[in-house]
Write a new protein. Structure first.
Length: 359
């Protein structure tokens, strides 16, 4: 079946009669394309470009600076998913803060963090809320649950981002793509119809894809067919999980706990309506407000790091002078190298094995 998809891609690319470049905006898609060898099998004239689909990678220095500052406060436990530990801030990271004596703990669910707060009411517990629409509902639930149960020592440092307006910002910023492979898990929550405005306003086809190599190949077939037909629509390849409407209960929870806001994306800048902040109703559980006024280091740019351009799809990691030299998974300079879903981490692991095909 996979071989058939590759043959279809060759046929459709030839039928289109010009080069086409599609962007996958999900880190899991990036890893799947490398791991399966899909990139190396694409016909001449068809290429994949990685976008800002890794939530860890687009988390700015300022957020990490705040997380470290909170962790350094007395009687505070910072809880987080493991991929946030080594993300560099301006001067430090959570890993370094923990080595210096701060209380930082890896958890597997935001519920674990809430339970830690319930066990010890005299200690403040902060959960690092980083992610897209996939993880935001579960974190929002803990905020609502804490408020209803009167758990006053639990708060979330919120850095949730939403994908559709970031995709639009890339197009408005001049990134050239012929179609988007849209994230499957995010779309299961928000619904495929959320991308309609991208097709309408920018004339760019979108296909929501699953995470197997065959899913991604089929989604590219669907994008190519739209280009051949001169259409720009939202189609769903990942039909076993995603619908047009999405998960309406999760959407209602998000709307109750969070509100849209302008937010900074590392390497991209501020994007209107692309972030979620905790509503004033739940301010007692908003770590930004609970710990307001903490001194933070003056931000500085990492000389030579092109992580921001990688996130915008302007360059590939191979064009960064630090890649695989100063910047490796064990000594990351930019966030793109930290997360297992980061573009630089994917290139580091697979680009030297023949799996990479330059875009």
């Amino acid at each position: 079946m996979f071989e058939k998809h590759i043959e279809n891609l060759k046929r459709l690319t030839k039928q289109l009669g010009r080069p086409a470049r599609f962007m996958e905006v999900c880190g899991t898609h990036t890893m799947a394309a490398f791991r399966s060898g899909l990139r190396s099998l694409l016909p001449d004239g068809l290429s994949l470009l990685s976008g800002p689909g890794c939530p860890v990678c687009v988390t700015p220095d300022s957020y990490m600076d705040m997380a470290v500052a909170i962790a350094q406060q007395p009687n505070v436990l910072v809880t987080t998913f493991g991929d946030m530990l080594r993300v560099p801030g301006t001067e430090s990271s959570l890993e370094k803060a923990k080595a210096g004596g701060s209380q930082v703990r890896i958890v597997y669910s935001p519920l674990d963090a809430l339970q830690e707060a319930q066990k010890d009411p005299n200690r403040r517990v902060v959960f690092l809320g980083v992610g897209f629409e996939t993880t935001a509902p579960t974190i929002g639930w803990t905020i609502k649950a804490a408020a209803e149960a009167g758990v006053k020592n639990y708060s979330v440092l919120c850095a949730h981002k939403t994908m559709p307006y970031a995709m639009a910002a890339l197009l408005a910023g001049g990134v050239r793509v012929d179609g988007f492979i849209c994230p499957g898990h995010v779309s299961a929550v928000i619904g495929a119809k959320t991308y309609d405005f991208i097709c309408r306003d920018y004339g760019i086809p979108c296909v929501v894809a699953g995470f197997e190599a065959g899913d991604m190949a089929e989604s590219m077939e669907m994008l190519l067919q739209q280009l051949i037909d001169k259409r720009a629509e939202v189609e769903i390849q990942y039909r076993r999980t995603v619908t047009r409407e999405g998960n309406t209960k999760a959407q209602a929870l998000l709307a109750e706990v969070f509100e849209e806001c302008e937010v900074e994306w590392r390497g991209v800048g501020n994007i209107p309506r692309s972030g979620l902040r905790i509503r004033d109703k739940y301010a007692a559980h908003d770590a930004d407000k609970v710990f307001a006024g903490l001194p933070l280091p003056t931000r500085k740019k990492h000389t030579g790091c092109r992580c921001g351009e990688v996130l915008r799809g302007v360059v590939t990691p191979l064009e960064c002078p630090l890649f695989s030299k100063r910047c490796t998974p064990t000594t990351p300079v930019g966030a793109c190298m930290v997360s297992s879903e980061g573009t630089c981490a994917a290139y580091f692991r697979y680009a030297k094995t023949g799996v990479h095909k330059p875009t």
